[in-house]
Write a protein of this length. Structure first.
Length: 406
């Protein structure tokens, strides 16, 4: 008699733990930013005691946070190796530091921190230092939207809208988001601007709708030194646009208009580029279609619509985590649709008389779609055949290597 077949082994619960750990990782990163931990390591490695003193936390707690960041590969942690040689002396004991009852720093509270030396990892050195060219330090806090909206996501999905929408009080949230997204978007925009040839025979006009800190408009004006630009932003957020324009060498060629991109007067048939940078998914579907039509009407023949966003994938997969979670973020925090598919945008563009063009992926998960108004004599066949263009250069040229402290 055959023994009964063994039931298949259950899968590991590791994916569930990874989701739970994702919550913990996020708040560990926020804590490190709030404490200035990455800035404390910007000048070089520190042992646990020195790091604890720099961030104003006792050695035990600072060590546990640093260990977690090392496990997340944001820091490196290596044992301190004393010099070896006939003349070497044992390392001196660290000098006693005054402590407060709330912040004990004695060996009893070190909990195994040992003599580890912490240093910035490559990712932290490139993206988590305030003021860096590619800094995401501000974005970390702003990207999820208002944090208090997430615990009510189930009810938001049932109701069809969050209890409080970001757009109900745009001045409370969007300025921080605009500042947070600007460094990375500026580098991405510069890569796209290099791919699009500046027009000849007239002064080019670049229009940026929902400009934020104007990374797209300023990147195009930097790449096209003879061009001028128009940036449109909400009255509650436009001060961020004006601050960025005033601080940029190309800013004297960029006019800033306060108002809604649905209502502000645009140059009909006068723009060479119109940018919709991360705004379509925040709009209800019908409003997004109208906005594409409005942008298309502003383009001159041969002009290009540039849409930077996170289109919904045809089939969800781990590779599309950014797009799918970004869609949920919009549903959790705004009255927008959350996502649109690339085919949706192409249909809206064709309906507005544009020809869908190349799609670029300057960063994993971030898509830049284009569409062009056919030039004179292009004929109806042009709408069926996108004009081929080279793809973006490899990621390393979009983000050139920088010095690391590893």
């Amino acid at each position: 008699m055959r023994p009964p077949a063994m039931p298949p082994a259950p899968p590991t619960p590791a994916p569930v733990w990874e989701i739970i750990h994702g919550f913990r990782r996020y708040w560990a990163l926020v804590a490190a930013l709030d404490l200035g931990l990455f800035e404390a390591l910007a000048s070089g490695p520190l042992d646990a005691a020195a790091l604890a003193e720099a961030v104003g936390v006792d050695i035990h707690r600072a060590g546990l946070l640093a260990d977690a960041l090392a496990a997340m590969e944001l820091l490196t942690a290596t044992p301190e190796v004393p010099a070896v040689g006939p003349e070497s002396q044992p390392p001196p004991a660290p000098a006693a530091r005054p402590t407060s009852p709330a912040s004990p720093a004695s060996a009893d509270h070190a909990a195994g921190s040992g003599r580890l030396v912490y240093n910035l990892g490559l990712v932290a050195a490139n993206y988590l230092l305030a003021g860096g060219q590619r800094s995401m330090a501000r974005l970390v806090r702003a990207a999820p939207g208002p944090h208090e909206r997430w615990p009510e996501l189930a009810e938001t999905l049932r109701r069809g809208a969050p209890s409080a929408r970001v757009e109900d009080d745009p001045g409370a949230f969007y300025p921080n988001l605009a500042r947070g997204t600007a460094p990375v978007q500026r580098v991405v925009a510069a890569a796209v601007a290099r791919e699009l040839a500046a027009p000849s025979g007239h002064q080019a006009l670049v229009v940026d709708l929902g400009a934020g800190a104007a990374p797209w408009a300023l990147a195009f004006l930097d790449a096209w030194p003879d061009a001028r630009g128009l940036a449109v932003e909400l009255p509650e957020v436009v001060h961020v646009t004006r601050e960025a324009v005033a601080a940029d060498p190309a800013g004297d060629r960029l006019d800033v208009v306060a108002g809604s991109f649905h209502r502000v007067e645009l140059p009909q048939g006068g723009a060479d580029v119109v940018v919709l940078g991360h705004v379509l998914r925040i709009e209800p579907r019908t409003a997004a279609r109208r906005l594409v039509a409005r942008a298309a009407a502003a383009l001159r023949p041969g002009g290009t619509l540039v849409v930077a966003d996170y289109p919904r994938p045809e089939v969800p997969s781990p590779a599309a985590t950014t797009e799918t979670l970004m869609a949920l973020t919009i549903l959790a925090t705004t009255g927008g649709q959350g996502a649109f598919r690339a085919d949706d945008l192409h249909g809206w563009a064709r309906g507005a008389g544009l020809v869908p063009g190349p799609t670029y992926t300057p960063l994993p998960g971030q898509i830049v779609l284009t569409a062009t108004r056919p030039g004179p004599g292009a004929g109806p066949a042009a709408a069926a055949r996108p004009v081929p263009r080279p793809g973006l250069r490899p990621l390393g040229s979009v983000y050139p290597p920088s010095k690391s402290r590893e």
